[in-house]
Design a binder for this molecule. Sequence first.
Ligand SMILES: NC(=O)c1ccc[n+]([C@@H]2O[C@H](COP(=O)([O-])OP(=O)(O)OC[C@H]3O[C@@H](n4cnc5c(N)ncnc54)[C@H](OP(=O)(O)O)[C@@H]3O)[C@@H](O)[C@H]2O)c1
Length: 230
Amino acid sequence: MSGQPTALVTGAVGALAAPLIAELEGAGWRLALLSKGPVERLRERYPERSTASVDLTDEPAARKVIARLEQEVGGFDAVVNLAGGYAQHAAVDVRLEQLHQQLAINLSSTVVATTAVLPGMLERGRGTIVGIAGAAAVDGAARSAAYAAAKAAVVAYLRSLDRELAAQDVRALVVYPMGTLDTPANRDALPEADPSGWIATTTLAAAIVHAMTLGPRARFLELKVWPDPS
Ligand SMILES: NC(=O)c1ccc[n+]([C@@H]2O[C@H](COP(=O)([O-])OP(=O)(O)OC[C@H]3O[C@@H](n4cnc5c(N)ncnc54)[C@H](OP(=O)(O)O)[C@@H]3O)[C@@H](O)[C@H]2O)c1
């Protein structure tokens, strides 16, 4: 890759986003940052960056916003799909509403952001599409059937893109945090738990950037990261 590499990062105000943005910028990437909530949150944290706010499940609006970011940055070498979410339901309570909600925030957000930048990647003849799955996509998880199904769909989607597009130098990277991330939200939600058994977001972020930039003649398609209690 010649020149400064560029990436679109979705879910850019999220917990994993902060260390990942720092890692990518430290490695010389120029970023465009996308969130759903008020864009001021992003602008305050990341002044002088290309930033925007849109609900990625609103496809026409998201395409318009991402096209503007792409023009500002001059094309994307990577899209890092961090937008996602979790909700817990007993199996008996999982109706279409709960399933569709999990599919929307985890799968639709990934599909919309990815397909918005894909034509540019194909034109440039290179691209990396990163998505975040989780242990539930592999092992299933109690009280998390809709979430697990949505993350498994993210995996199948990204692996399919990789099969279809690798010959054109557009690759997927599926990241599996194989445990809970040590985030403020998880600490609030699980006050009795011991966070020393959770995955540090800084370590995960460093691993993702390493996997995105490995080469030549070898690459990651999947990256599983386990907790390592200290
Ligand atoms: N935290 C964990 O333990 C864990 C474990 C396994 C996998 N993961 C996955 O890792 C990724 C990052 O996790 P995290 O803890 O950093 O998550 P997070 O703090 O909840 O951040 C996720 C971000 O996604 C954005 N988002 C959600 N729905 C969206 C939509 N429809 N359109 C646009 N943006 C949307 C949210 O934006 P707003 O804040 O603006 O609403 C939020 O900032 C997620 O995909 C998550 O599922 C997390």
